[in-house]
Design a protein around this ligand. Structure first.
Ligand code: HGY
Ligand code: MN
Ligand code: MN
Ligand code: MN
Length: 428
């Protein structure tokens, strides 16, 4: 049955993509916002319902399910040599507000289907295979992304950060986790950390979240690197005042300072000299937000990424300099310039890239080597094991929006390539 990959064309590897689509649709209903949007925020009731659904699917696939202290969920297919480090594959099911239903979900449910496809051809892995659902990948609730995989990778000061973290309603991470059924988080937090080498390989299947594969008509992307993400929180404070009575020359308008900094972000990014540098002022709030009141506060959240870390950091420092200059020029106070995260890029493991290339070849599928401009849990799994990602096209590259879409055919191909990649990585 190994013919399915070694020399075989993999044609007898059946992926039940129709059921996968039904499960994606069922999971999308666990949402705080109406269809077709999906909003699923860490530890909320819909997130808990989604977890229950995923654990049910893992059990139905014969996987033994466990959860760590903060809700990273592992479904294990025991290998013939369970003492060897396992092969991991997975992604996330949380969704930013008003998002779509494929981001992350494909990598969790698709990994379960990849295991089921291998079980159907009577493959028996030597290394155990863990399907992983990371507890949260999106930054929505606590302001930074990948907190589950950061904890598993013991990245930086993640445990201190989680002890201090509070959401916009001032709910602590530990209390939010308790509401979702994860008690004693403070004591058990560090137990979610894994040693380097805990996995021999980690592979994530994901929609591209960009337009290239669809544009070029290529069904598979094999990721060679993940761009380096950074995010900033900046605040300006002025005196505000009456929109009618306060003459322009007496104003120190915090809203205009914020607007000017957002434009400075664009300027610094475009001046980096590379198309790989991207910058977004995703949050720009002014207070009190009344039409006849001069803004006295501005709050910005800024996202800067680049495949080249030094080039990204130069842009971050340029933005800091602009924030200070704008505060001076406009006579407002720069209340805070916080770097929330400033992570290095990650390179994919050579043997995983090769395994994915061989898998695509044995299925007769064209593939494209490419970088991931979106970050993923793989960015942090790369710190404890060789990492790789497999992309499939998505409609016009749309993602983080309700019209995010990938076809059943493209999902089937992605799951097949994942299955054959896992077959190779778990056989040696
Ligand atoms: O923002 C990202 O890159 C990821 O989709 N959370
Ligand atoms: Mn996302
Ligand atoms: Mn994602
Ligand atoms: Mn992501």
């Amino acid at each position: 049955s190994y013919g399915v990959c070694k020399g075989g064309a993999g044609e007898n590897l059946f992926v039940d993509a129709a059921t996968l689509q039904e499960q994606i649709d069922e999971l999308s209903a666990y949402s705080d916002t109406p269809a077709p949007t999906v909003t699923r925020i860490l530890y909320t009731p819909n997130d808990v319902a989604a977890r229950r659904f995923v654990k049910k699917l893992m059990s139905e696939a014969g996987l033994s399910v466990r959860e760590d202290a903060i809700g990273n969920i592992f479904g294990r297919w025991e290998g013939t040599d369970p003492t060897l480090p396992a092969v991991g594959s997975g992604s996330h099911t949380d969704a930013i507000p008003y998002a779509g239903k494929y981001d992350g979900v494909l990598g969790v449910l698709g990994a379960i289907h990849a295991v089921q496809a291998l079980q159907r051809v009577k493959f028996q892995p030597k290394r155990s295979i863990d399907v992983i659902m990371f507890t949260s990948e999106e930054p929505t609730r606590f302001g930074f992304g990948c907190l589950g995989s950061r904890a598993m990778a013991k990245s930086g000061k993640i445990f201190d950060i989680l002890r201090e973290a509070k959401d916009s309603n001032n709910v602590t991470f530990a209390d939010a986790a308790k509401e979702a059924g994860y008690t004693d988080v403070e004591e058990k937090l560090k137990s979610s950390g894994l040693e380097k080498g805990a996995y021999s390989a980690f592979v994530e299947l994901h929609i591209e979240q960009g337009p290239m594969l669809e544009k070029e008509g290529i069904p598979i992307g094999v990721v060679t690197a993940i761009a380096a993400p950074a995010s900033l929180k900046v605040g300006f404070k002025g005196d505000g005042g009456h929109a009618g009575a306060l003459l322009m020359r007496y104003r120190n308008d915090a809203g205009l300072a914020g607007a000017e900094l957002a434009l400075a972000v664009e300027e610094h990014v475009l001046a980096s000299g590379s198309v790989d540098t991207v910058g977004t002022t995703g949050v720009l709030e002014i207070h009190p937000g009344a039409v006849n009141s001069v803004p006295r506060e501005a709050r910005l959240e800024i996202d800067i990424r680049d495949i080249d870390e030094a080039r990204r950091d130069k842009v971050v420092e340029g933005i800091r300099a602009s924030a200070e200059a704008i505060a001076k020029k406009r006579n407002v106070i720069l209340t805070n310039f916080d770097i929330v995260n400033q992570d290095p890029p990650a390179l994919s493991g050579g043997q995983i890239v090769e395994a994915a290339e061989q898998a695509a070849d044995s299925l007769g599928l064209e593939y494209k080597l490419m970088i991931s401009r979106a970050y993923h849990d793989s960015l942090f799994m790369a710190r404890i094991s060789p990492m790789g990602m497999i992309f499939i096209p998505c409609y016009k590259g749309y993602s983080h929006r309700p019209d995010e879409f990938s076809s059943v055919e493209d999902m089937a191909k992605g799951v097949q390539v994942l299955a054959l990649t896992l077959l190779q990585l778990s056989s040696t």
